[in-house]
Design a protein around this ligand. Structure first.
Ligand code: SAM
Length: 245
């Protein structure tokens, strides 16, 4: 049985079950990647956000805005600390949560460009960015990701894809062009609730995304310029390293 957060529940109690709230447009879709008891254990064990980031998690939960899972946030934070990117590109800002996680992890050293098509989201993100004091480090680029990507030229050390999963195959050539050698490309939601790996019937409304993500993962894994690991964390994360030639 899927767990659903009740709007009336005390916020301190919803964090462990956040993962099982159907995302926008995915009402009732079974999550075949995660297990409620394991997520609950991990989320009760790991260090959790406080301050503005915690408020943002609560806001996202109440307003059904999909943001990265807490486990994915923890991994992003560590990757930023290990890789020390000077320049980060994010595709899919929403309210700015993941951009702020990365900015904070870099200690304010990274400069982040993040692309968002929805004006309302972009405004909220900028408000949160200002609240956390990263206005000079994070730039919200408004517009359709593919069009914005095509306008960018300066290489990035780290690219985080987290928007319109069905378009990842079109984003990839641009990300390959924009990632520097030795850089990393992270792609979120690549297992799409387990449907990408499903051998059974996939409902029509999810089929195109599942097929496109499968193609995308094949392109990542067959690309001789990349080393890729597919990690069943959150909704599935692909971590790709662009080799030095
Ligand atoms: C999953 S949310 C991003 C969550 C954010 N990365 C976080 O974890 O805090 C995806 C966002 O991508 C935006 N988006 C979807 N398609 C887009 C496109 N083609 N170009 C730019 N942004 C897009 C949506 O409006 C949405 O805000």
């Amino acid at each position: 049985m899927r767990l659903r957060r009740q709007k009336t529940a005390a916020l301190s109690h919803w964090a462990p079950v956040l993962a099982f709230v159907p995302r926008k447009g995915e009402k009732g879709l079974e999550d075949r990647i995660r297990y409620p008891e394991i997520d609950e254990f991990i989320r009760n064990t790991m260090a959790r956000e406080d301050g503005v980031l915690k408020e943002m998690e609560e806001y996202a939960c109440l307003n059904h805005i999909p943001i990265i899972a807490p486990e994915t946030a923890a991994l992003l934070r560590i990757l930023v600390k290990i890789h020390k990117p000077a320049r980060i590109l994010e595709v899919g800002t929403a309210i700015g949560y993941s951009a702020l996680v990365m900015a904070a992890a870099s200690g304010g050293c990274a400069s982040i460009d993040t692309i968002e098509i929805d004006e309302e989201m972009a405004i909220l993100a900028e408000r949160n960015i200002e609240k956390m004091g990263f206005k000079s480090r994070i730039r919200v680029l408004r517009g359709d990701a593919l069009e914005v990507l095509q306008c960018l030229t300066t290489p990035y050390d780290m690219i985080f894809l987290d928007a319109s999963k069905g378009h990842y195959p079109e984003f990839l050539p641009e990300c390959m062009r924009l990632a520097r050698e030795g850089g990393i490309i992270l792609s979120d939601n690549v297992l799409y609730r387990g449907l990408v790996a499903s051998k059974g019937h996939v409902e029509h409304k999810h089929r195109t995304i599942a097929v496109r993500l499968r193609e995308y993962l094949e392109s990542l894994c067959k690309n001789t310029l990349l080393d890729t690991a597919i990690i069943p964390i959150g909704d599935g994360l692909a971590l790709s390293y662009k080799r030095r030639q």
